[in-house]
Design a protein around this ligand. Structure first.
Ligand code: ADP
Ligand code: MG
Length: 331
């Protein structure tokens, strides 16, 4: 017990030294509460995500540097999905006895790197010992003017449906890790160290382009389902337009299997958003300014809560409640 108590104070002192200053965080680590002052007129946006050992990650598959980066990124991704500017992160850790000091250092190195790159600072948290694996709980605070916050509920029939980056890499990496197969590093990193699309999310919100937005954490169809439900609309997805990375294509799987993965694979942390047809040019500009591909993959329709998948010239209607049957199962 004495080890964990001494460890806790040492850890907090070391983290404090590595934290940056921010005009928003008037008082960070060191008192009973942090004190934050948002820019005038901005709303506070807040989100929490847990990463639990053996549930969300395995320590034999990920290094602690990657885990630190991912813990920050998955929370920043939720801020990005509503168009917020990241301001402060809070980090609650339960640390098992077999985690050595160097690993904790690596975790903080990764966490603080991604946190600072986003413009946020680590403003507080809690540290405990754990008898059952490493638990990481992050709360991310961001802010945005009220008129620039993007919800899931604003999609309208006729809007285009867009996604950033590429889909399916993370799910392939997870599967191959499970099978013990060697992976190209670019695919492995898409799972172990996803990038939150913070700048693109902010730009899409600030410009008023995104009418609805979500980050793809549970898989494209599942997360699009949330937009359709909240907006009371349907969508047609042109399956052969789904963006696949060259690394994913290079695995040699047949197209239908790759598209299945892009439709259902989780943890891509790309942004899925809707926009009126007039926004096409502005979206292309945001894509080039952020060096991030943005692909139109379909259109929002009136048919409430129904997907239609268009593939090889055929239409596959798919009511939300009926679930998805894989193309590669012979659909
Ligand atoms: P209290 O007993 O008042 O909760 P703690 O000793 O837990 O205080 O924490 C002292 C300070 O260190 C607080 O500012 C807290 O936010 C910060 N802190 C504790 N653990 C962490 C952590 N893992 N990451 C960042 N800040 C932390
Ligand atoms: Mg505490």
């Amino acid at each position: 017990m004495s080890r964990s108590v001494r460890g806790e104070f040492e850890i907090i002192t070391q983290i404090k030294e590595r934290c940056q200053a921010s005009p928003v965080v008037q008082l960070g680590i060191g008192d009973d509460c942090a004190i934050l002052q948002l820019p005038p007129g901005e709303l506070l946006l807040s989100t929490t995500d847990m990463l639990i050992e053996s549930v969300h990650f395995r320590r034999d598959w990920t290094g602690l540097l990657s885990l630190g980066r991912k813990s920050a990124a998955v929370n920043l991704s939720d801020l990005a999905a509503m168009g917020a500017t990241p301001r402060a992160l809070f980090l609650a850790l339960a640390i098992p006895a077999d985690l050595i000091a160097e690993d904790i250092d690596l975790f903080f190195e990764g966490f603080l790197e991604v946190c600072h790159d986003s413009g946020a600072v680590l403003a507080g948290g809690d540290t405990s010992s754990s008898q059952a694996g490493l638990s990481i709980c992050v709360t991310a605070l961001g802010s945005a003017p009220a008129t620039e916050v993007v919800r899931r509920s604003g999609a309208k029939p006729g809007d285009g449906l867009y996604v950033t980056g590429a889909l399916g890499d993370s799910s392939l990496a997870l599967q191959w890790l499970g099978e013990g197969r060697a992976l190209p590093p670019e695919l492995l990193n898409r799972h172990l160290e996803p990038t939150a699309r913070v700048k693109a999310g902010r730009a899409l919100a600030r410009s008023g382009i995104a009418t609805a937005m979500i980050d793809v954490s549970d898989g494209l169809l599942a997360d699009l389902g949330h937009i359709l439900k909240a907006s009371l609309v349907g969508a047609c997805i042109q399956v052969d337009r789904l963006p696949l990375s060259s690394a994913l294509r290079a695995t040699g799987d047949e197209d239908s299997r790759l598209f299945d993965r892009a439709l259902t694979g989780g943890e891509d942390y790309e942004l899925l958003f809707t926009a009126t047809p007039e926004s096409e040019g502005k979206i292309a500009r945001i894509a080039s300014e952020n060096s991030l591909p943005i692909t139109r993959i379909g259109t929002i329709s009136m048919a409430a809560e129904e997907f239609v998948l268009e593939y090889n010239g055929n239409m596959y209607p798919l009511p939300l409640h009926r679930g998805y049957k894989h193309f590669s199962d012979g659909t």
